[in-house]
Design a protein around this ligand. Sequence first.
Ligand code: S3P
Ligand code: PEP
Length: 411
Amino acid sequence: MSVVAVPGSKSVTARALFLAAAADGTTVLRRPLLSDDTDGFAEGLTRLGYDVRREAEEWHVTGRPQGPAAAEAEVFCRDAATAARFLPALAAAGHGTFRFDASAQMRRRPVAPLTEALRSLGVDLTHEEAEGHLPLTVVADGIKGGEIDLDASLSSQFLTALLLTGPLTAEGLRIRVTGIVSVPYVEITLAMMRRFGVTVTREGDTFVVPPGGYRAVDYAVEPDASTASYFFAAAALTGRSATVPGLGAGALQGDLQFVEVLRGMGADVEIGPDSTTVTGTGRLSGTTVAMRDISDTMPTLAAIAPFADGPVRIEDVYNTRVKECDRLEACAVNLRRQGIQVETGRDWIEIQPGTPAPVEIACHGDHRIAMSFAVAGLRTPGTTFDDPGCVKKTFPGFHAFFAGVRAEWGV
Ligand SMILES: O=C(O)C1=C[C@@H](OP(=O)(O)O)[C@@H](O)[C@H](O)C1
Ligand SMILES: C=C(OP(=O)(O)O)C(=O)O
């Protein structure tokens, strides 16, 4: 058995940073994720004029309920959609001129439903190049609040941005949502807002966010469940056992449900109060699974799918096409290059059993493609990567850490 202590959650760290910045008082963040995304988020807050002090595993953020201290700022969101979608909403609730830009990868990803919603609330927001994409400039003068419609079928992050911002508006927000994906991420948002003192209520499809401030707290970040999926999958694939501490029955993150997919394929799964263990049984059966709620783990499953004894079909994952890359396409192309038979449709992929050939994996600058195929590489010696460093988005130390687990398992 191996105890695999994975780094903190990206999603929880980003939300905690936002909430801490918006709260009255100084928040202590324990064991935040140290990665490019969260570094970019924290740097963005600093640029907006917030006081963020980072000491390794403990970050201190002094909030400003009235909004950014800076009257003008340029924020570079790197590859992080959390920063690119949450920070413009935070800035809009303040007063000043704030410009947001991002990497080429993030510039390609949509923000239109969010920016249209902000505009309908009266925010002066201009897209500099392509409409609905970064770079964009917000000329902020507070948000009065009110009622808005939001299409969250491409990303739940638009809704999270507005929910987090709601308490900073004068009258609160009523957000009527259609077509939502990644619902468990919205649950993380609501649970964390409650922890910082704000309760959102629901009336059917409408989220009702009251005005009134957040309070600073002492917040421990739980380990990242999407990152844990690589070690759970590796255990299932190699007949080993992986225990991830800090992620148990009370975990906030929906991606922990990936272990239920592995259970359905034949792995032994034990979810304790504060840890989860997956033990491989030497067998992986084929499966059909809808991953709309846990789509960051789609590449994890796709990469190990050829080792199942029947077809693996993953459905309802259209929005994986607008992540760091078109993940359905990237998985299909890499699997085909390995000699595996794959079919894809608009929102699904089906992978046939086979023996993958060792090839160079095309990462498309996507940390999840790299980490997923590294797991599959346990059974395909000779697998290499065109851009192994792209893991820095959420887990800069992944390759060394993974090598340590392999050494412990002797695989
Ligand atoms: O809110 C969040 O922290 C996230 C929401 C999900 O995105 P979508 O809502 O775009 O699916 C997920 O894929 C992403 O990694 C993190
Ligand atoms: C989709 C992801 O990230 P982002 O927060 O940039 O959307 C991801 O981490 O898989």
